[in-house]
Design a protein around this ligand. Structure first.
Ligand SMILES: [Zn+2]
Ligand SMILES: [Zn+2]
Length: 263
């Protein structure tokens, strides 16, 4: 029995004797099936050709990404917090050196996912670190693999500990969310629920990034209203880009830019 992993999105599925016939996440119009045909791999194979890089981003915050890039290529974040460390989003590769470094940083109490594109190998991570998995109930149907540490949360906000909370924004997925970490001036970990643009002075919101499908006005307004009452100055996106100051102003300006288009 093997837990097969889709090579295009990096999501792992329940153990089986043969690979699944298709990957629902890639067949959805927010993603894409490998033009060369659906293909599968295993965690063992991924670990032969890839390594994780764990980089200190700021005090008590580490980014985790895989090199060379695997599948979607997102980064995860490890938030070090007195009440327990949080892994925000996830990457497919989990190997002994990653486990060793994270254990030295205090392990992981909870894995919190922004949306299904980063579900990757969450069950492997959960079982390794005995960590709960927080996923918004609206996105539960996209899970490739489940375990008994899964916590499906509902509504618009889920408080964790140390005043850290998960905030549902919707848009990209009905349960798409961000993490608010209030330490210092306040930080938002946004995945691509809010996409940090390369100019680092604007953000974007899309139904599909690879297929360039925009969101309707009501979803842009819902995202804006979800973050309106949060205090933050810094924003870290899923693809190596961060806004290190005035993130609240960046968010406001970017929403206004969208609303002008919809006028
Ligand atoms: Zn896939
Ligand atoms: Zn996505």
């Amino acid at each position: 029995m093997t837990n097969y992993i889709c090579t295009t999105c990096g999501v792992q599925y329940e153990a089986n004797t043969a690979p699944p016939l298709n990957c629902p996440i890639c067949e959805d119009d927010r993603q894409y099936v490998n033009p060369g045909g659906q293909s599968w791999t295993t965690l063992k194979e991924v670990s032969k050709q890839h390594r994780n890089i764990i980089e200190k981003v700021s005090e008590d915050l580490y980014a985790i990404y895989t090199a060379p890039k695997f599948a979607i290529g997102q980064r995860a974040f490890l938030v070090i917090s007195p009440g327990g460390n949080i892994l925000w989003d996830c990457v497919t590769l989990l190997d002994p050196s990653t486990i060793d470094i994270i254990e030295k940083l205090g392990g992981i109490k909870a894995i919190v996912l922004s949306h299904p594109h980063y579900f990757s190998t969450i069950v492997e991570w959960s079982e390794t670190f005995q960590a709960d998995i927080y996923i918004h109930a609206e996105d539960a149907s996209w899970l490739g693999r489940k375990n008994n540490k899964l916590r499906l949360w509902e509504g618009d906000m889920e408080p964790l500990w140390d005043q850290i909370k998960i905030v549902r924004c919707g848009g990209h997925f009905p349960g798409a969310c961000i993490l608010h970490w209030p330490v210092g001036e306040g930080t938002l970990l946004v995945g691509d629920t809010i996409q940090v643009s390369p100019n680092l002075t604007t953000v974007s919101f899309m139904y599909s990034y690879p297929n360039n499908i925009p969101l309707p006005k009501k979803d842009i307004l819902a995202i804006a209203s979800a973050v309106k009452f949060l205090e933050y100055n810094v924003m870290h996106g899923a693809f190596g880009l961060s806004i290190r100051q005035d993130a609240t102003a960046v968010m406001k300006r970017s929403v206004q830019r969208y609303l002008k288009i919809y006028e």
